[in-house]
Design a protein around this ligand. Structure first.
Ligand SMILES: Cc1cc2nc3c(=O)[nH]c(=O)nc-3n(C[C@H](O)[C@H](O)[C@H](O)COP(=O)(O)OP(=O)(O)OC[C@H]3O[C@@H](n4cnc5c(N)ncnc54)[C@H](O)[C@@H]3O)c2cc1C
Length: 296
């Protein structure tokens, strides 16, 4: 287990925002899990499991958090078949773009809609990341997780998959996803690459994909009422505060223009949520995970 003192959240998140945590524990092997609970107790603070940090808005200043990063990068590898599905195993630390490249190269279809999502396999599973009508959970057949001090395999049936959320059975305790097994269908490689390219260009034409952001900052309150449209109608497209801005390209992308802070981000979000509530009577729920405290 690799340990770093005072890790910067700004350096570990795609929003480039956030202060210093107490420590960072990088899990490089499954054996590291044996020492994890004791080390967390010794360090104190609240554990925060982190993947690529592409859906995290971290507060400024000293944070009572210990970052736990499952840098388990085994696979992706084909491990068998289940009916018509080809099973692919991937460690939690593998970047989603790498998994998608593997799928395209091996003629495995299912994840094409997830192109352009910059997170890790673990983060995509826990967020049930999705786009173009596809969600990560739809393609999981099993997970390997660390929960309550035990490593176990969890089958698809035991997952509670929701809109940008995933839980395990009735358990409330936190868990670390160590690896995922995806069930994918065989298809022509050119077709898969074409769909991925098409989806990527579609995103690139509408979203500020290279800006410092965490993707969509709010969940869509309803499928026919996207958060971006509500923000736009409430006058928040392009609205700026303290180095943060709702993108003029896609109003649901909160962007750090270079000198943004969590305080500014949260103030702008608060303003937007109030305006949308007053004008449309609708609540905007953050999709981005705000740490350590959610908005009031
Ligand atoms: C440009 C851009 C485009 C995006 N487009 C999309 C999109 O189209 N669709 C979409 O759904 N999202 C999108 N996102 C958001 C983000 O990429 C996804 O939510 C992604 O799945 C997060 O993965 P991550 O590894 O970065 O997770 P992190 O941001 O590191 O963590 C997110 C959450 O998952 C938890 N977590 C992470 N890894 C683990 C693990 N191994 N075990 C347990 N818990 C874990 C964290 O505690 C946290 O609560 C986009 C972001 C950006 C910057």
């Amino acid at each position: 287990m690799r340990e770093t003192a005072s890790p910067s959240l700004a350096q570990r998140t795609t929003l480039r925002i956030g202060g210093q945590a107490i420590a960072e524990l990088v899990l490089e092997h499954e054996d590291d899990l044996e020492r994890l609970p004791l080390r967390l107790r010794e360090l104190g603070g609240d554990p925060l499991v982190m993947g690529a940090g592409s859906n995290i808005l971290a507060a400024d200043g000293d944070l009572p958090l210990v970052l736990v990063r499952p840098a388990l990068v085994h696979g992706p590898v084909i491990v068998g078949r289940e009916g018509d599905l080809t099973l692919v195993r991937a460690g939690a630390g593998i970047p989603m773009p790498r998994l998608l490249r593997f799928c395209a190269a091996n003629g495995l279809s299912g994840l094409e809609g997830l192109v352009g999502i910059p997170g890790s396999v673990g983060g995509a599973v826990v967020m049930n990341a999705g786009s173009f009508g596809t969600e990560t959970c739809n393609h999981i057949t099993a997970l390997l997780v660390f929960q309550d001090g035990v490593v176990s395999t969890v089958s698809r049936d035991a997952l509670r998959c929701g809109y940008r959320s995933m839980g395990i059975g009735e358990k409330k305790s936190r868990f670390v996803v160590l690896e995922a097994i995806f069930g994918l269908t065989r298809a022509e490689r050119n077709g898969i690459s074409y769909r991925m390219r098409h989806n990527f260009f579609e995103k690139k034409s509408k979203q500020p994909v290279t800006a410092w952001s965490a993707g969509c900052v709010y969940k869509n309150p309803a499928p026919d009422m996207p958060a971006g449209k509500l923000l736009d109608m409430a006058g928040f497209r392009g609205k700026k505060l303290g180095g943060m801005a709702f993108s003029s390209r896609h109003a649901n992308f909160l962007v750090n223009e270079g000198k943004g802070s969590a305080d500014a981000a949260l103030a702008l979000m608060q303003e937007a949520q109030t305006a949308v509530r007053q004008r449309f009577g609708m609540e905007l729920e953050p999709e981005v995970r705000i740490v350590p405290c959610p908005l009031p």
